[in-house]
Every structure is written in C-alpha cells, then in structure tokens.
Write a protein that binds this ligand. Structure first.
Ligand SMILES: *[C@@H]1O[C@H](CO)[C@@H](O)[C@H](O)[C@H]1NC(C)=O
Ligand SMILES: *[C@@H]1O[C@H](CO)[C@@H](O)[C@H](O)[C@H]1NC(C)=O
Ligand SMILES: *[C@@H]1O[C@H](CO)[C@@H](O)[C@H](O)[C@H]1NC(C)=O
Ligand SMILES: *[C@@H]1O[C@H](CO)[C@@H](O)[C@H](O)[C@H]1NC(C)=O
Ligand SMILES: *[C@@H]1O[C@H](CO)[C@@H](O)[C@H](O)[C@H]1NC(C)=O
Ligand SMILES: *[C@@H]1O[C@H](CO)[C@@H](O)[C@H](O)[C@H]1NC(C)=O
Ligand SMILES: *[C@@H]1O[C@H](CO)[C@@H](O)[C@H](O)[C@H]1NC(C)=O
Ligand SMILES: *[C@@H]1O[C@H](CO)[C@@H](O)[C@H](O)[C@H]1NC(C)=O
Length: 296
C-alpha cells in the first residue's frame, strides 16, 4: 500500500509539473526585447556537446519553423527562418545551467504566437529530454484619451450635443466606453473608428450624441484588455468650475494678505529679540567688569 501511494504521489507530482510547465503567457510591448523562458533543470553542469536545442514556432502551415537552433553548443543559422535572422540571442553564460531562454529583439505583431523550446540529447540515440511552450502576446498602452465637446448640433431639432474622444498608439484594438457619470450607465456611441497606423498600433476616435441636459457628467474610457489598462477622460458641466474658480482666487487673495501679516509680525518679534539680546549682553559685560574689579 505504501509503495502504491508513493508511486501515486510521484505520478501526481509529475503531472503537476507537466501542467505548470505546459504553457506560459508573456506580454511584450511593440518594439521591446522580450525573453522567452526555457529552463531544463539539471543538478550539475550540462554537456552542451551532446545537446540540440530548438526554438520553433508552433504552426503547421508555416513553411519555416526554426526560430533558433543550438547544436553542440553552437548556433546553427542555416536552418533559421529569415524572419528571425539577427533578432535572437541566447544567454550564453547560463547555457551550462540548462537555461535556454531566448531573447527576441524588436518584437512586432507577427511575433505574437506560440513558441516551443525542445531539448534533444544525443547519446546512443536521440532523446527528447525537455519541452516547453511559451505564448507571446503583444500590447502597447493607449495614450491618455482626449475628450472634446460638447458641440451643439445646430441642425437637429432638439438640443443635441456631440462629444468626441480620441486616443492612439495602442495595441491591440481597445474597448471604448461612454459613461454617464451621474448614474454610471453606459451610453451608446454614435461613431467608432479604429484605424491601423503605419507603426502597427491603433488609433481610436469615437463620438457620442446626446440630448443636452443641465449638469452633464460624461466619461470616455479606453480599455486595453491585455494590459488591463483603463484610461479615461471626463467632462463636467462648466458652471461649477466657474464659481469654484472665483472662490479659489478669493482664497488665494486672503492667503496672500495672511502671509503679509505673518511676515510683519515675525519681523517685529525678531527686532524685539535682538534688542533683548543686546540689553542682556551689555548687562553681562558690566557685571563681569564688576567681578574683575573685586579681587584687585
Ligand atoms: C547546421 O545544420 C545543417 C543541417 O542540419 C548542417 O548541414 C550544418 O552543417 C550545420 N551547421 C553548423 C555550423 O553546425
Ligand atoms: C543580419 O546581419 C548581418 C550582419 O550585420 C547582415 O549582413 C544581414 O543582412 C542581416 N540579415 C537580416 C535578415 O537582416
Ligand atoms: C524594429 O522592427 C521594425 C519592423 O517591425 C523596423 O521598422 C525597425 O527598424 C526595427 N528597429 C530596429 C532598431 O531594428
Ligand atoms: C442638416 O440637415 C439637412 C436637411 O435635413 C441635411 O441635408 C444636412 O446634411 C444636415 N447637415 C448636417 C451638418 O448634418
Ligand atoms: C445621465 O443620468 C442622469 C441621471 O439618471 C439622467 O438624468 C440623464 O438624462 C442622463 N444623461 C444621458 C445623456 O443619458
Ligand atoms: C445601445 O445599443 C444596444 C444595441 O445596439 C441597445 O440594445 C440599447 O438599448 C442601446 N442603448 C441605448 C441607451 O440607446
Ligand atoms: C473599465 O471601464 C469600463 C467602463 O467603465 C468598466 O466597465 C470596466 O469594468 C473597467 N475595467 C477596469 C479593469 O477597471
Ligand atoms: C460664471 O458664472 C456666472 C453665473 O454663475 C455667469 O454669469 C458668468 O458669465 C460665468 N462666467 C464665465 C466666464 O463663464
């Protein structure tokens, strides 16, 4: 029974390890260098002469699949796909510890896919000793959205206004939300344009048409799902800021008068202190003179 349970535990641990090493997700920003991790855990130093390490893209339709090949401790460029030429690096000082992580330089959209790291050992026969998969996703932060409006639509019969919101340099396509901040309800946009820019990122432009009400509070929110980033810009009715603006100016004036009063008082105190110090010094000198005279 003990034997059986030990075996079962080992099997369980093994499958657990298989699950945890099955597939990793990596998010990289466009143009960055990213590390695809692959670690073949070994106690001592590895003999690289007996090893072949392949980094491959996992795509059956792909004509070329080799991202990187390390054969007997040397890179073999003859099999490497042109797409990855001059864009890959191993961490050479860590190879003997079984760290075959690959540095992929200047990442672009077409690199967003699944990568396999395969370690083969040639002794009497070739044996696969390690296998890892990494999924690379690409992302870029959107710029702070700019909300403009409201602009009155003169053509419409009702008092209708248009807000517009724009943001750029993000990846992948965002979710755009318009929110009525008074009741936190989502509003439907009347236009949503997402444009692919020449650098591979997206720019977004959206408009919202609503009936004008007093005290409008509107938010435009740009969400990048992969990065879990939610950027927002707000519009608050102007009347409030107008009055609060005046108030803050009045506060500033009062503060300035207060500061003047404080500085006058402190100058007076300083002068008084100096006078007191001078008097005390004078008194002390005269008393010292007296005590000098005494023994003579
Ligand atoms: C690279 O691999 C090819 C095919 O596997 C082989 O013919 C060639 O000799 C290798 N080159 C080096 C430098 O190992
Ligand atoms: C890689 O770099 C070498 C030398 O810098 C250059 O000759 C070659 O054209 C480059 N290859 C690619 C595909 O960029
Ligand atoms: C990075 O890749 C892009 C194309 O994806 C290219 O236009 C750019 O010149 C590259 N930058 C560097 C520093 O190699
Ligand atoms: C204004 O309304 C007229 C008639 O309904 C229409 O032809 C025109 O295109 C509208 N202009 C704008 C800017 O919506
Ligand atoms: C926003 O919510 C308030 C409160 O529910 C409502 O009175 C107002 O009409 C809403 N505005 C829009 C544009 O839906
Ligand atoms: C927004 O659009 C959806 C479907 O397009 C619709 O079901 C919903 O009622 C609309 N909401 C408003 C506030 O117009
Ligand atoms: C992002 O904003 C939208 C709209 O307000 C909201 O539905 C969503 O829950 C927000 N997500 C996060 C992560 O804050
Ligand atoms: C500020 O608000 C008052 C009413 O509260 C209005 O008469 C005045 O025109 C406003 N000033 C500006 C600059 O909007």
């Amino acid at each position: 029974v003990l034997h059986f349970s030990c075996g079962f535990l080992l099997l369980f641990l093994h499958s657990l390890r298989a699950v945890t090493t099955l597939e990793k997700m990596i998010v990289s920003k466009l143009g960055d260098n990213t590390k695809l991790s692959c670690i073949y855990p070994q106690g001592g130093k590895l003999h690289l002469e007996n090893l072949r390490v392949y980094w491959q893209v996992d795509d059956p339709q792909e004509k070329c699949s080799v991202v990187y090949a390390l054969i007997s401790g040397q890179d073999n460029e003859s099999e490497q796909c042109i797409h990855f030429k001059n864009r890959t690096q191993l961490l050479w000082d860590r190879l003997e510890n079984g760290d075959f992580s690959l540095l992929l330089l200047n990442v672009s959209q077409s690199d967003a896919r699944k990568y396999k790291c395969i370690v083969l050992q040639n002794t009497e026969y070739t044996k696969r000793v390690h296998h890892e998969e990494v999924v690379l996703s690409l992302a870029a932060s959107y710029s702070q959205p700019i909300l403009s409006g409201p602009i009155r639509n003169t053509n419409s019969s009702e008092e209708e206004v248009t807000f517009s919101c724009k943001s750029s340099n993000g990846y992948p396509k965002p979710n755009v939300y318009w929110i009525n901040k008074t009741d936190n309800q989502h509003l439907n946009s009347s236009e949503l344009k997402i444009t692919l820019q020449t650098d591979g990122t997206y720019s977004v432009f959206s408009t919202l048409k609503i009936k004008a009400t007093s005290n409008m509070q509107i938010e435009c929110s740009i969400k990048n799902e992969i990065l879990q980033e939610n950027l927002s810009a707000n519009y608050m009715e102007k009347e409030m800021s107008n009055s609060s603006n005046q108030e803050s100016q009045k506060d500033l004036g009062q503060n300035r008068r207060g500061a003047q009063a404080i500085s006058i008082v402190s100058v007076v105190i300083l002068i008084a202190l100096l006078v007191a110090l001078a008097c005390w010094l004078k008194k002390r000198r005269s008393s010292q003179l007296k005590s000098y005279k005494a023994p003579v």
